[in-house]
Design a protein around this ligand. Sequence first.
Ligand code: F6R
Length: 260
Amino acid sequence: MQVFIKKDYEEMSRKAAEIVAGEMRKKKDHFVLGLATGSTPLGLYKELIRMHRDEGLDFSKVTTFNLDEYCGLAPDHPQSYHYFMDENLFNHINIDKKNVHVPDGMAKDLEAHCQEYEKMIRDAGGIDLQVLGIGGDGHIAFNEPGSSLGSRTRVKTLTEETIEDNARFFKNIDEVPKYAITMGVGSVMEAKICLLLANGAKKAEVLAKAVEGPITAEITASMMQMHPRAIIVVDEEAGAKLKRKDYYRHVEKMVDLLKK
Ligand code: F6R
């Protein structure tokens, strides 16, 4: 596991974009990118859009798979994750929308769709790099505490806390989706590279548990410790409770020196 601690959100986002763009450039013919929604990767997406505009970063051979989607929301619903991705990334880059995949929250047979989603990932050759955020309770995707560490794409019942939290985005609480489709921990672990981002003091405690604590289904992000190529990029606030902060900084310096 590589850990990068950056000064602030902007630097964290730039570092993450450098990693994503670097991998994309290495594998020009066909790159499969796993994506997350939420506030954490917004800076990364802005930087990728800038790189596309100013440096010609090419998305024409990129296929994407998003981690999750609410059940019952159509792709054009302003609160759907599909809409979020269109607004914050896809509408601003040269990606072929045929290559964009977000779980279909309106699928008639949700279980069958989950299986189909896994097959589409397999048929695309697997995910080359998966972008991840971490929830306040240590979740990755919608894999809340207690989710099986081997879980696959499936329908999850949202916690009452999440439903109440989301109510502010809807007219009333009855409109808030109660279920979501999410890739499982096991599905995420099959990505060739996992890139987990975290920013802000609110994430400091849970991030330290995920990176340096025991591997546990209570914090599904702790499975990053089992991944052969997990890259963790955080800002100073989110990294504040890491015990091995100095070592991570030392490694970064030594690796940079090696490249010179
Ligand atoms: C979103 C997702 C979630 C978020 C996590 C952090 O697709 O999979 O696991 O990454 O809840 O959310 P933010 O970034 O809003 O703090």
